[in-house]
Design a protein around this ligand. Structure first.
Ligand code: FCB
Length: 419
């Protein structure tokens, strides 16, 4: 048995800085008007000690969170050392409590100056992100698990294909250029992390967190729907995996010529982070962008979530199987449900963790599971009503209260022997 496989299974929860804390300097702050009323969202930036205590209460041994770039570098030439010290304190508290920190460098938000002057399709974006990453990687002590980018494909689809998030463009070629630059950053940050790790620390574990979905044709009998879901499956789930294997991003869009983009990320992974939530059905519709229409359907009978998403635990096995081709350990870096009904949250969690157990017993190398999320928070473009938290937040008083799902997660952690 190698050293890593004797390490305990990581039972964690995942959060992102902006969704808990907001930030006066982030591009999203002016993007979504709901944040005008609640710029500090849950006020976690001030209440972090109390929130980190909840991790102890839950009994998790790992915590995934992000550092908010716009707090650390509010202006292009201004670095806020206090913000860095703040995140170091979070790490110190985790380590004192035997909780493994997993730090995400980029979780959707940017400093406003960056997105205005150096959006990802500009090559100058690379150097800016590398300067930030280098600073963080050399300053933060005690971090072994790093996520460079959360869901790079979602970032590009929303920011460059749909245009519904910053930088708000609808331009596929620019989106592909942006994706290339982001993946280039991943490759370089991977090297930076590996070059800076002190000898006293275990080998760093670096990945992206890739949003993967079960994708199916709307009508099984319709060859166009089938073709679309096949193309989507390749693009959304597989093309990134293949790029980590080959160093080439090979992409085919409906009714377009295939493109091959070299990306310097071959083998630049120590584990692979999978974010899994749902299944999506796809239909060919000539009146929609790229001829694609998406829908969630309640096929398994679990009901749709408050996000309107299908609950489809079996899909988790499917995407873990896809990711297994990378031949690195897998960690479920996000999985969760938006609902006010604790019993549904419990059922969701149980069903998905059952799948993890089954996949492990079939020999898949799964090393961790992170529930999204610790406390209710701001959901991108949705506001404060998507209740993903194990702890409920009253957004008037900012009081946190455990849901029954919190106790259930603690029970699952103790009762499943995954090590
Ligand atoms: C994921 C995001 C995360 C959160 C969940 C619900 O796609 O990574 O920030 O919003 O969805």
């Amino acid at each position: 048995m190698d050293k890593i496989s004797r390490e305990p299974f990581l039972w964690g929860v995942a959060t992102s800085a902006f969704q808990l804390e907001g930030s006066p300097y982030a591009d999203w702050t002016s993007w979504d008007s709901i944040l005008d009323e609640k710029p500090n969202v849950t006020n976690h930036y001030a209440l972090y000690r109390e929130d980190l205590h909840l991790l102890k209460e839950l009994g998790v041994n790992a915590y995934r969170f992000s550092v908010e770039w716009s707090r650390i570098q509010p202006r292009e030439n201004i670095w806020d050392d206090e913000a860095v010290a703040h995140y170091q304190e979070v790490i110190d508290i985790l380590i004192e409590n035997n909780i493994e920190p997993m730090v995400t460098l980029h979780h959707f938000t940017h400093p406003l100056w960056f997105i205005k002057k150096y959006p990802w399709h500009e090559d100058a974006s690379i150097e800016k992100f590398l300067t930030f990453s280098e600073k963080i990687v050399s300053r933060l002590k005690g971090v072994r698990y790093w996520i460079t980018f959360n869901e790079p494909y979602v970032l590009i689809l929303a920011g460059y294909f749909e245009g519904c998030t910053p930088p708000g463009l609808r331009n596929v070629p620019l989106g592909m250029k942006a994706l290339k630059n982001i993946l280039t950053c991943h490759g370089k940050v991977y090297d930076i992390i590996h070059s800076k790790v002190p000898d006293s620390m275990a080998k760093p574990m670096v990945s992206v967190a890739h949003n993967m979905a079960a994708l199916a044709p709307w009508n099984r009998w319709n060859p166009l729907d089938k073709l679309l879901s096949k193309i989507a499956k390749h693009f959304y789930n597989h093309s990134l995996l293949d790029a980590f294997i080959t160093g080439t991003l090979s992409v085919k869009f409906p009714f377009k010529k295939a493109v091959e983009i070299p990306v310097p990320i071959k083998g630049k992974l120590d584990f692979f982070g999978v974010n899994y939530y749902t299944r999506i059905h796809m239909r060919f519709n000539p009146f929609k962008k790229m001829g694609v229409e998406l829908r969630h359907r309640d096929i398994d009978g679990y009901g749709l979530t408050d996000m309107g998403w299908e609950v489809h635990p079996r899909g988790l096995e499917r995407v873990l199987r896809y990711a297994s081709k990378l031949k690195v350990p897998l960690i479920i870096t996000e999985n969760g449900i938006a609902t006010r009904d604790s019993q549904r949250k419990i059922n969701f969690m149980k069903k998905h963790i059952d799948v993890v157990e089954r996949c492990k017993s079939k020999g898949m190398d799964i090393r961790g599971y992170f529930y999204w999320s610790l406390i209710d928070n701001y959901e991108w473009l949705q506001g404060l009503d998507a209740r993903f938290g194990l702890y409920k937040v009253d957004f008037d008083t900012l009081k946190r209260k455990p849901t029954n799902a919190a106790a259930y997660y603690s029970y699952l952690i103790k009762s499943r022997n995954f090590s």
